[in-house]
Design a binder for this molecule. Structure first.
Ligand SMILES: Nc1ncnc2c1ncn2[C@@H]1O[C@H](COP(=O)(O)OP(=O)(O)OP(=O)(O)O)[C@@H](O)[C@H]1O
Ligand SMILES: [Mg+2]
Length: 353
């Protein structure tokens, strides 16, 4: 007996017998012909709230396509399959199966059964992937176009026989090649760390030693940008369970950002504080700051507050996405405090060894 034939033999009291529908992952909603909900299974109640029975379907799923197809299904007595995309307050995506139900299932003589398959997470993952590919392609294409243009000009363009002009193009070609190289390196780093994010490092790492190393390695660059670094570490052990190379990536990117997104001559204050169960790292600059509305998006891949400025200072927008994954891998937590025009502070709390 098919599910629908089985339901045909039900009446309103039969709704009480449909407890088995509570075991379904999918949401099941039954409407009377006025589109009011006369039954919702457990999954639907968990999703849309405990008081949905008696409410109109449009109060929980405001989608004109759904409402039209319910009417159509009642009039032509045929099942429909449609996609439902809800944008606000949260993005939701469902595949809905609308089936004309048996009479007398609700109090009225017609009913409509809606099976909803929640595909929100799958949709989001797919969208994220295609956005990512589009972003990567765009980011690679921009420097590639400059390189191609430069080479064409040298090869057959106005610089073909002009050694001086050829020399002028070289630094641009080299700079754009370096940009592509750092983008590819960041992408590789990101994909590697994503794969390893769930594996907590098992080796000992000394945060004080690593931070001092990062400051030393970057001293020439910091001098060039006239950035002054003040670093203070509490006395005691600064050991955590950590991957030295990955931790170097965190501190390098945060230090690079602090000096990059500040005017020349900026003071960057870094500290390492030992707490009862954790070690708290802070890096604070008095640079351009991050507008409040962008703070939640700042660790997204390719997100830059000011893409033009980032281009000028050589940012790919992957640094903080990498930092976030490494922080997670170390079971640490990150907090960002910032005020536009005043400066930014990144705080990372690592569990103590
Ligand atoms: N200390 C900071 N002060 C102000 N803005 C910042 C700071 N750190 C990051 N940002 C903003 O966040 C964006 C993302 O930073 P992120 O480190 O991910 O990328 P990036 O520095 O542009 O490029 P990359 O690190 O890949 O070279 C930056 O483009 C900048 O707009
Ligand atoms: Mg950066």
């Amino acid at each position: 007996m098919s599910g629908l034939n089985f339901m045909s033999s039900l009446d309103k009291t039969g709704l009480q017998e449909m407890k088995f529908l509570d075991e379904m992952i999918d949401q099941v909603i039954i409407l009377d012909k006025s589109k009011n909900i006369c039954y919702a299974n457990k999954s639907a109640i968990d999703r849309f709230g405990p008081n949905i029975e008696g409410q109109s379907i449009s109060s929980i799923l405001r989608d004109s396509n759904l409402l039209e197809n319910i009417d159509l299904s009642v009039s032509d007595e045929k099942a429909k399959i449609i996609d439902i995309e809800i944008k606000l307050p949260n993005f939701q995506f469902y595949k809905a199966n609308i089936i004309p139900g048996p009479s007398k299932l609700c109090d009225q003589d017609q009913s409509v059964i809606i099976f909803l398959k929640d595909l929100t997470e799958i949709y989001k993952t797919q969208k994220f992937k295609s956005d990512f590919v589009a972003n990567v392609s765009h980011e690679l294409r921009t420097p590639l176009q400059s390189i191609k243009l430069g080479l064409e000009t040298i090869n057959k363009g106005h610089a073909e026989n002009d050694f001086e002009s050829q020399k002028k193009f070289m630094p641009i070609i080299i700079q754009q090649t370096e940009r592509m190289e750092s983008l590819v390196n960041d992408l590789l780093s990101l994909s590697k760390i994503e794969l390893q994010e769930h594996i907590r490092p098992t080796t000992e790492a000394d945060l004080n030693e690593i931070i001092s190393h990062v400051i030393k390695v970057n001293s020439d660059l910091l001098k060039k940008r006239e950035s002054v670094v003040n670093y203070k570490a509490d006395k005691g052990s600064h050991k955590i369970l950590g991957n030295r190379d990955r931790l170097i990536e965190i501190f390098t990117n945060l230090l690079d950002n602090a000096s990059k997104y500040s005017n020349k001559g900026v003071s960057i204050n870094m500290s390492l504080k030992i707490k009862d169960n954790s070690i708290l790292y802070s890096i604070k600059d008095n640079g351009v700051g991050i507008p409040k509305k962008y703070l939640p998006r700042i660790t997204e891949r390719f997100f830059r507050v000011n893409p033009a400025k980032s281009k000028e200072v050589g940012g790919t927008g992957l640094g903080l996405a990498i930092v976030k994954h490494i922080v997670n891998q170390h079971r640490a937590s990150m907090n960002i405090l910032s005020e536009e025009g005043k400066g930014t502070e990144f705080l990372i709390e690592f569990p103590k060894l």
